[in-house]
Design a protein around this ligand. Structure first.
Ligand SMILES: O=C(O)C1=C[C@@H](OP(=O)(O)O)[C@@H](O)[C@H](O)C1
Ligand SMILES: C=C(OP(=O)(O)O)C(=O)O
Length: 434
């Protein structure tokens, strides 16, 4: 970020890029890295996480595990984790700052019951506005005690007690992370844990990622056929685990092909990954891009040569790419309707508000309801966007800037939450100049 002589902050200015033909590498998956660290921390012995994401949120999880007494060592190739076998050492009472990493705070809430001392999980001002009450209810059913030391239902939360397990009914309509939290620590409960999600599950594909990582560490959650998940009582095996690339982060790179026109090849991606955000490729295809999943074993290519069409899509399974699609929708020839947006207001910022502000600032029009948003194409004008510390708003704003020019982004360094190299990668690809 630049500062002018008077000390007044100026943002990062993004100019129109023109047609592209570039190759970029997706960073490792944030969701997979968090989970692999947790499974490794609970396994018996030393695991190695290869190709982990190196970002602010992952540091938050690593530091939290260290505070809980688990040794994690970063090396050039990855992170070595000395697992506790499910019995965390007695580190006394600890308070852990999860910053604004919802995944860390939620996934570690159940795990805190495995620590002999009381654990308080807290975070930034925004994290203290992100709900955790329904997870707390589930943790209490599973044998724990939870006290909210600030506002009821929100961090900070003080967790103590034991993980007894048994039948746990959890309202997961605000976040899938509540279910993932129970699943990941479930193997160490006193009685087998049967998790019954109540109502519609937000961001459901993340549960497959949780099960996938658990499986790699030797524990297979069982789908009971009645909507509940049975977690066997067992100990995770150590693993030498390689983290795949991140489709949420890659969405901005594919979006560049859509808004600038041309071809973008993104490597370090499993073309047939189970990540819910891979669905973004299907959306680009419906808007008129060609997507090639089959020519490379570890790369995906998006090629966009036509005027984009507006689409109608339900994105409840891929919330983290809604801002990316909203940015692309501004370049289409008609409105784009996105359903399934209800839980966007609980993220790093109120992302429904963020999409409206971003689109309107650049000359687009948005109509938003409780669960649906309609984005109309923009008559672009110069704009300045304050992402309000939300990495995904900053990266989506950059997409608009590369397609239309004249976008200035305040405090762009917030991208370090999930993709610290984002702007340097764009620079390396010749898309940013300053
Ligand atoms: O479990 C995970 O790794 C995540 C789940 C999603 O959250 P919700 O389930 O709260 O929607 C997603 O938005 C977040 O970035 C990562
Ligand atoms: C919502 C996100 O993450 P978290 O919930 O971990 O803060 C995100 O990365 O978009």
């Amino acid at each position: 970020m630049l500062r002018n002589g008077g000390g007044v902050k100026t943002g990062l200015k993004i100019k129109k890029a023109g047609a592209v033909d570039i190759e970029l590498r997706a960073p490792p998956s944030k969701s997979y890295t968090h989970r692999a660290l947790i499974c490794a921390a609970l396994a018996e012995g030393e695991s190695f996480i290869r190709n982990p994401l190196d970002s602010e949120d992952i540091d938050v999880t690593v530091n939290a595990l260290i505070r809980l007494g688990v040794s994690c060592r970063k090396t050039k190739e990855g992170i070595a984790v000395d697992g506790c076998g499910g019995v965390l050492p007695d580190v006394g009472e600890v308070t852990i700052d999860c910053k604004n990493s919802g995944t860390t705070l939620r996934l570690l809430s159940t795990l805190s019951l495995l620590s002999p001392g009381r654990v308080t999980l807290t975070g930034t001002k925004r994290m203290r506005e992100r709900p955790v009450g329904d997870l707390a209810d589930a943790i209490i059913q599973a044998g724990g005690d939870v006290i909210f030391t600030g506002n009821e239902g929100f961090p900070p939360l003080r967790i103590s007690g034991t993980l007894s397990g048994g039948r746990v009914i959890v309202d997961a309509s605000k976040s899938s992370q509540y279910v993932s939290s129970l699943m990941l620590s479930g193997p160490y409960s006193d009685y087998p844990m049967n998790i019954m999600p109540k109502g519609s599950i937000a961001s459901k594909p993340y549960l497959r990622i949780t099960a996938d990582v658990m499986r790699a560490f030797g524990i297979i959650p069982r789908d009971e056929g009645d909507g509940s998940i049975l977690i066997p009582q067992d100990v995770y095996s150590v693993s030498d685990y390689s983290v795949e690339g991140d489709y949420s982060s890659a969405s901005y790179l594919f979006a560049v092909a859509a808004v600038c026109g041309g071809r973008v090849k993104v490597s370090n991606l499993n073309p047939y990954s189970i990540q819910g955000d891979r669905a973004f490729l299907g959306m680009l295809r419906d808007m008129g891009c060609d997507i090639d999943l089959d020519s490379y074993p570890d790369s995906v290519v998006a090629e966009c040569r036509k005027r984009l069409s507006g689409i109608e899509v339900n994105m409840s399974g891929s919330p983290d790419v809604i801002q990316t699609l909203a940015a692309v929708a501004l370049f289409a020839d008609g409105p784009t309707t996105i359903h399934g947006i209800k839980n966007l207001k609980y993220k790093e910022s109120d992302r429904i508000r963020a999409v409206i502000n971003m689109a309107e600032a650049c000359g687009g029009a948005v109509e938003a309801g409780d669960d649906t948003i309609v984005i109309s194409p923009a008559e672009f004008r110069e704009c300045r966007i304050d992402p309000a510390d939300d990495h995904r708003t900053a990266m989506s704003a950059a997409v608009i800037g590369l397609g239309a020019g004249g976008v200035e982004i305040d405090s762009p360094e917030c991208v370090s939450k999930s993709y610290p190299e984002f702007f340097s990668e764009l620079r390396r690809a010749g898309l940013l100049h300053e």
